[in-house]
Design a protein around this ligand. Sequence first.
Ligand code: BGC
Ligand code: IFM
Length: 812
Amino acid sequence: MKFGYFDDVNKEYVITTPTTPYPWINYLGSQEFFSLISNTAGGYSFYKDAKLRRITRFRYNNVPLDLGGGRYYYLYDEGDFWSPGWAPAKKELQSYECRHGMGYTTIKGKRNDVSTEVTFFVPLNFNGEVHKVVVKNESDKAKTLKLFSFLEWCLWNADDDDRNFQRNFSTGEVEIKGSVIYHKTEYKERRNHYAFFSVNAPIAGFDSDRESFIGTYGGFDAPKAVVAGQSNNSVADGWSPCASHCLEMELQPGETKEYVFILGYVENPVEDKWESKGVINKTKAEAMIAQFATTADADKALAELKADWDRLLSKYILESGEEKLNRQVNIWNQYQCMVTFNLSRSASYFESGVGRGMGFRDSNQDILGFVHQIPDRARERIIDIASTQLQDGGAYHQYQPLTKRGNDAIGGNFNDDPLWLILAVVAYVKETGDYSILDVMTPFDNDMSVATPLKDHLKRSFDHVINNLGPHGLPLIGRADWNDCLNLNCFSTEPGESFQTTTSKDGRVAESVMIAGMFTYIGGLYARLMEKVGDMDEAKRADSEVDKMREVIMKDGWDGKWFIRAYDDFGKKVGSEECEEGKIFIESQGFCVMGGCGIEDGKAIEALDSVEERLGTKYGLVLNNPAFTRYVVEYGEISTYPAGYKENAGIFCHNNAWIMCAEACVGRGDKAYDYYTRIAPAFLEDISEIHRLEPYVYPQMAAGKDARRFGEAKNSWLTGTASWNFVAISQFILGIQPDFDGLKIDPAIPKAWDGYKVTREFRGDIFEVEVKNPNHVSKGVSSLVVDGKEVAGNVIPMFNDGKRHTVVATMG
Ligand code: BGC
Ligand code: IFM
């Protein structure tokens, strides 16, 4: 069942009912000011950091769902009232529509023949949200209407806001000037920032104290002021400051009124606040408000935002015969990659914004799907991440975006982390040809006194693996590798103890075949990079370490029909036929094959066949099989999940992509594409009632075959799934691969395909690549013609002339 449809021309998903199976959200802003907005206008905003600079309040896990806060509008018409987005008033509407587009959302609702359309967006280079509100009287009589706005301020630190009520109920402060409500809690002491909510019209009233607006025992669904059709002009003094305007309008039949509301964030110089005695300097806010004095200003900014997205998305355009594939590749997957790049795993409807900031492994992987969009931002991010690395090559696992400092509470010791940095840097260099990034002096743990060139950070990443090998010569897993929940050194023996903090057996010798596989793949790329910069000795050393690791994998990491997953702290195999449950895991199959293990002797194919047989389901590949049905104390968190959920045999969409890549490596395009379509959201639109989450973005996981709710997704938006699936489809399946010396064309496609076209902007030139498949093969380019001339091999040479070049690649 569907709850909307794709409008590909406008790059929008159009939701036709407010009661989607779960709130279906969008993100506004992609620079410093960010907002989450649901299809009923729920959500919140923050500046840079969802924990430390939360601007509006949101209650997670609220009852009812999605009424945890938002930017709400209410229409009042002679005693009746409603919200154009249905919620929070939840009055029946004559019509409803929500259009989630690239960085904007438009919600339209009609009742009593009054239609209201609200467009929410964060303009480019603007620290605020613009709401354009259009109210139209579609009845045949004149109407006197009132429009109420409402939002609730968060007292900046979202974590503290949610807990420290004994203090916070007495700190709230606001200022009201004309049609602008300022939120200035703690401005005179701890803060140099404030927020404001304005409207470009005179107001009939306002409220800035939540209880006055809503009533002590009321709710967002029927605020006292809206029910009465009358604001209280309340001025918050502690408790919960909010911002609500009331506008009165007379509308003749057919008449329309338009308004611009702005929710803005301002930082003043520190000196300002000391001298202010709490009266805020409003100069910057007033300038922001003046920028959007009219709806024409808002329209222009929205058009600029759309043009910017058209430009970003023009860097990779696919024309294939498959509509769903086109919309995945050209619009939504790339859009999701921008969002994951910006927010890592911090703020979604499943990530509360106060838990995780930027992840070392996560953000490095996010770069893979984003780097072609804005390479300069990827460069900056790489340096930020590498600056949190530790001198031994290990890394802080997470850092806060505002401070950019490693999070001590989480620490490091996730032994896959260092390798992802190499992968991100290689992707950046291949995309841009900019080797100078390797020379950037980059600190360790943000300490500039111990800075070394980025190239040296990569060496330490590489060496971190070989300096931490276990008894079989496989990499030690540390606290966990990519699979956060496989805690082989952290088992609990005491009931009630956390599985992540208890002491392990003395040895701490658990080893990861997944990291070994990553090392063969990423270590190989590191060797090629070293060759490119002329460091032949290092390239040779790296190659020989990688070869050694491959041998170790084939000797002690092979189980007979697939790659084992790990050795636990007692030296027992994890992910082996010998195990009672969890006999096979997906991660090591993907990376070992990508790293070239078992290619010559057919073991790679055998491993992938085992994946299909044991892990395959109609909704994607499960992570492991059989699922754990009992708690395995030596394995940690993984077996705490009921069978079929999360890392315990859930369909983890992230590592499904590794199998697509691996299938492409062995030339099986049909299988690679089949796996792609099983999890790609646009292909699942028709089963939205089962899947439940947004049909335009990937979730982290869907319940696996062992779960009661097989196919039901969770954790949409912020997941490495976005970048890896973009890599899988754009580079491994469609085969348009940035390489050190040019654009390589190496597809692995279904045999039935006749061909397709990709327009790819690469290092400033535009390549219009037509792939032809006259002999219906899956792999292998037999001829490459560039601008009418035959070129040997399958790499398009660089022109660097900023022009369009036509390329015909014929397979077979
Ligand atoms: C989740 C993982 C997540 C981790 C983050 C675990 O509980 O299952 O998916 O990566 O927490 O710390
Ligand atoms: O690898 C992790 C990631 O860092 C966060 N989400 C879950 C993945 C698997 O555990």
